[in-house]
Design a binder for this molecule. Structure first.
Ligand SMILES: [Zn+2]
Length: 182
């Protein structure tokens, strides 16, 4: 599975923090800390025709054919020395049974009380070794929060960062790699 290129990331949620880009020397006063992809990697790999004929994509869910189900969620990484978190907006694939349970619970005010659902990470994040099919638990949260995607606590660098947090300098490194035009 190919890794997403920088231009495919949507960013937002700026943190006030001054940093200097090591590639061009430009100084920034704000740091984007929310990065997300619009669709699961499998959906990205489909042709336009295939997307139209056998896939559906909404804000929260994606279905491909009649046996691949995905939910959008967030991996949260504590930012050391800050009360904020860096988030990766990602997709996870769920079993048909889990997806049915999620859809039934989705509009309930107590959906956060559902037990977590097992999911395979379905987004290829840059700056890490392959992230496709990392194991995770998907926790529904109260509206309007997106589900939390909690990676299995392995020694994969993304799982380590999720557990231990990252420095603002590391967050700036991520911004440097993904921010368009600087
Ligand atoms: Zn630069």
């Amino acid at each position: 599975m190919r890794t997403l290129s920088a231009s495919e990331f949507v960013w937002g949620w700026m943190l006030r923090y001054t940093w200097t880009c090591s590639c061009c020397g430009r100084q920034f006063d704000e740091l984007p800390i929310h990065w997300s992809v619009e669709a699961p990697a499998l959906y990205d790999a489909l042709s336009e025709t295939e997307r139209r004929s056998r896939a559906t994509l909404s804000t929260d869910f994606c279905t491909i054919g009649d046996n691949a189900f995905f939910i959008r969620g967030q991996i949260e990484i504590p930012l050391l020395g800050s009360s904020e978190r860096l988030t990766w907006g990602v997709w996870a694939s769920l079993s048909a049974a889990s997806m049915e349970q999620v859809r039934n619970a989705w509009n309930r005010h107590d959906r956060a009380s559902e037990a977590p659902f097992f999911g395979w990470l379905s987004s290829a994040l840059p700056l890490y070794p392959d992230t496709i099919n990392l194991k995770s638990n998907v926790h529904l949260r109260s509206q309007p929060d997106m589900p939390l995607v909690e990676l299995e606590p392995t020694d994969h660098p993304l799982a380590v960062e999720q557990r231990e947090g990252i420095t603002l300098a590391r967050a700036a490194q991520i911004a440097e790699a993904l921010l368009p035009r600087h």
